[in-house]
Design a protein around this ligand. Structure first.
Ligand code: C2E
Ligand code: MG
Ligand code: MG
Length: 715
């Protein structure tokens, strides 16, 4: 029988097959992506759509063929072929929707798909009511089935390779669909080639499908269903992409939140929580034999002063710079964390000895020792470091931290800028410090503070013209507490301001009384750096002087070198105001800090006090002798007087005299003593009665109480 093919309809059938396959693969991918309840929906819906698509392709292919007779179709068998198409599609989607495709599974999938397509085709052919029946050529039948299986296998394989590869070109995804489409239509047309219609055969009794419009309607319907599916699929893909983007953003926010929760906002260093986490890990590692470690507790010296006097933004910048230096100073695996304020912690892994931990501490101290430039200011910072070792000092996290803190406070008590390892006898210092702090709050109002006075002696004449007021705390339970044990606490808590004001008042009151009694001693008062920077300083001084009607020249203020050199520029202004008031100003502990000589020239300062450490070493170390000489010459060239502190031996005094030092102060002549005992000593040994004028005194070079004489205050 003569058959011809309408090439437009053939092309349409192939296009439908490709379109169907493309949709099917997308659906399969959707099924893998989707959350569970939706999977069934997509598998079922997809199978229906795909089945209808394959089936339509088959019928368009049938209609593309025109024969000399009209073909009649058995409706039941036709519907059965549709069911087979849907079942095949269902199986194929299930197989294609697995996460990984093994060779066996691929083979199985190809069999189901290719076999199913062929089954549908031959069932569809069987629906044709024709007598005599169609003859099939076995070779072509075999070829059509094999072709379907091979094409399905290739298409499945390709689709799997591309799955999940989001960077693959969208067109490359089309490759699988084209292969599959060719497989479906190839199976059909090879199957058609296998069919031999016996000439003269007649078809009747069933449904007639022969018009071009019928094909168009089927194609349109199939295309419509497929298009709807594809659109809804594209839409959900878009939704999924958005959901993925949201999830990505959420992950990012989560990571950010975690970073914030574990890091300090100001410096970017790990915070307390993060540090404790790592400390916990280190402890666990150490227990499993992964090595001992050290905890270093750091606290900046005088940070409160810098923060309060230079402003918080400068303080913040300083902390950031300190953080940078700390990170650079420690070894690569060590953790630097900021606890709060100016407190930092370092976790140093694989530290076996105190000496090793000490080396790390040294490099930190060294790294912080270079002046910091902040906002055109040059600021000096230093830190006190306490060290505790695991397993040597403690086993538990809290104890390790507490011990490092104790050691740090001990380093502070030693004057700061140093490190200290924990020792058992430090235990309890922290609680002790807290108790001391609360006691100090009440010390002033309960009258537990008093001033002792240490005479200063003229090196050449041996006369005493001034005394230094040194603060003492008479604690009801602990007896005398030395200033170095409580002044740092007073500075940290800000208590130094009311205490300092009291010292000024008390010193002026005593100076007035001595003056009234005919002992015109100038009283030198130590000013804390915090007081020096405080805006009410001039008012406090003026009030203290006025209250006693004391001539300003009988009051001297000692300010430490490091206090004046920190922000030297503003120091010049403060010092000029003090000098205009007429009070005497001296720089205490000179030589221990970092001095900018060009500023020293601009400071209106009356005298320099050479730190006791120079005096102590002067006779043993030639270098120190040279430095002392240089300081004295420098001071004299700037018209300043020089006082040596901590003079304990006649040899030291002799050397100072040889170097031209003006005055000295120290145990050699006398320890600090209460006003009453100082006065009675002065009077008894000098043989002076109250009211006797200092002008009647004679010169005496040897420093003994017996020969003690007063000088008038014109030095
Ligand atoms: P500073 O102003 O340098 O005072 C000298 C310190 O050396 C005093 O210690 C004094 O007792 C001690 N000293 C004097 N002669 C000798 C000696 O020959 N050998 C030795 N080894 N030491 C000697 P002190 O009284 O313990 O005071 C320590 C520091 O406390 C003072 O150092 C000062 O910076 C501070 N300070 C004392 N009173 C006050 C105060 O009222 N206000 C403030 N802000 N600070 C104060
Ligand atoms: Mg002093
Ligand atoms: Mg001093």
């Amino acid at each position: 029988m003569h058959t011809t093919f309408n090439s437009w309809l053939v092309a349409l059938s192939v296009a439908v097959a490709v379109f169907v396959s493309y949709t099917a693969f997308r659906l399969a991918a959707r099924v893998t992506d989707e959350i569970r309840p939706l999977r069934r929906f997509w598998t079922f819906g997809g199978a229906c759509v795909l089945g209808i698509g394959i089936w339509s392709m088959h019928f368009i292919g049938m209609l593309a063929m025109s024969m000399s007779i009209q073909l009649h179709y058995n409706v039941a068998v036709t519907l059965l072929s549709l069911l087979v198409a849907i079942l095949t599609s269902w199986g194929a989607i299930r197989i294609a929707a697995v996460g990984r495709l093994s060779v066996r599974r691929l083979g199985f999938g190809a069999l189901v798909m290719g076999g199913g397509i062929a089954a549908m085709h031959y069932l569809g052919m069987a629906a044709i009511d024709i007598t005599p029946a169609i003859h099939y050529r076995p070779v072509w039948v075999g070829a059509s089935i094999l072709f379907g299986i091979l094409a399905s296998g290739l298409a499945l394989g390709l689709t799997f390779r591309l799955r999940g590869n989001h960077s693959a070109h969208p067109l490359s995804r089309l490759g699988g669909a084209v292969l599959m489409g060719l497989g479906i239509s190839g199976t059909h047309y090879l199957g058609m080639a296998a069919a031999h219609f016996v000439p003269g055969a007649a078809s009747r009794g069933g449904l007639v499908l022969d018009s071009f419009w019928c094909a168009a309607t089927i194609a349109l319907a199939a295309g419509g269903v497929l298009a709807c599916t594809l659109i809804s699929d594209l839409y959900t893909t878009e939704l999924a992409a958005r959901a993925r983007a949201h999830a990505g953003r959420l992950r990012q926010i989560n990571a950010q939140l975690r970073h914030q929760a574990l890091h300090d906002a100001l410096t970017g260093l790990p915070n307390r929580t993060a540090f404790l986490e790592r400390l916990g890990t280190a402890l666990m590692d150490a227990r499993t034999g992964l090595g001992p470690f050290a905890v270093l507790a750091l606290d900046l010296d005088r940070f409160k002063l810098i923060n309060d006097s230079l402003g918080h933004s400068v303080g913040d910048e300083l902390l950031r710079e300190v953080a940078r230096r700390l990170r650079a100073a420690v070894r690569s695996g060590d953790t630097v964390a900021r606890m709060s304020g100016d407190e930092f912690l370092v976790l140093a892994r694989q530290v076996r000895s105190r000496a090793e931990a000490g080396q790390i501490a040294e490099s930190i101290i060294e790294a912080l020792s270079k002046p910091l430039r902040l906002d055109s200011l040059e600021v000096l910072v230093s830190t006190s470091i306490g060290i505790s070792l695991h397993p040597g000092d403690a086993d538990a996290q809290e104890t390790l931290l507490a011990h490092a803190d104790e050691a740090m406070y001990s380093a502070k008590r030693r004057g700061g800028r140093t490190w200290q390892c924990f020792a058992a006898d430090m235990n309890g210092f922290t609680q002790e410090r807290l108790r001391l702090e609360s006691d100090l709050h009440r010390a002033l109002e309960r009258g537990q503070l008093e001033l002792h006075y240490q005479p200063r002696v003229d090196v050449v004449s041996g006369r005493v013209s001034s005394v230094e007021a040194l603060l003492r705390w008479r604690h009801p339970e602990r007896g005398y507490i030395p200033p170095l044990a409580f002044i740092p606490i007073a500075e940290e808590t800000g208590l130094i301001l009311p205490i300092g004001a009291w010292v000024l008042q008390e010193a002026c009151r005593q100076a007035r009384r001595w003056q009234n009694d005919g002992l015109p001693l100038r009283v030198a008062v130590n000013l804390s750096a915090l007081q020096f920077r405080e805006s009410g300083l001039l008012h406090t001084i003026a009030t203290a002087l006025d209250a006693q009607q004391l001539p300003p020249m009988l009051l001297e203020l000692e300010i430490t070198e490091s206090a004046v050199m920190t922000d030297a520029q503003s120091s010049v202004a403060i010092l000029e105001q003090l000098s205009r008031m007429g009070v005497v100003v001296s720089v205490d502990d000179f030589g221990t800090g970092y001095s900018n000589m060009s500023y020293l020239r601009r400071f209106p300062i009356d005298r320099l006090k050479i730190d006791a450490s120079f005096v102590r070493e002067m006779n043993d170390d030639p270098q120190t002798g040279v430095i002392v000489h240089a300081i004295i010459s420098l001071a004299h060239s700037l018209h300043m007087k020089v006082i040596a502190e901590g003079v304990e031996t006649p040899l030291q005094l002799a050397r100072l005299a040889a170097l031209g030092c003006d005055q000295y102060q120290g145990y050699l002549f006398g320890r600090p003593a209460s006003a009453a005992s100082l006065e009675s000593k002065l009077r008894a040994h000098a043989g002076l009665g109250v009211g006797e004028s200092a002008a009647t005194s004679t010169r005496l070079r040897r420093p003994t109480w017996g020969g003690m004489l007063l000088a008038s205050n014109d030095d």
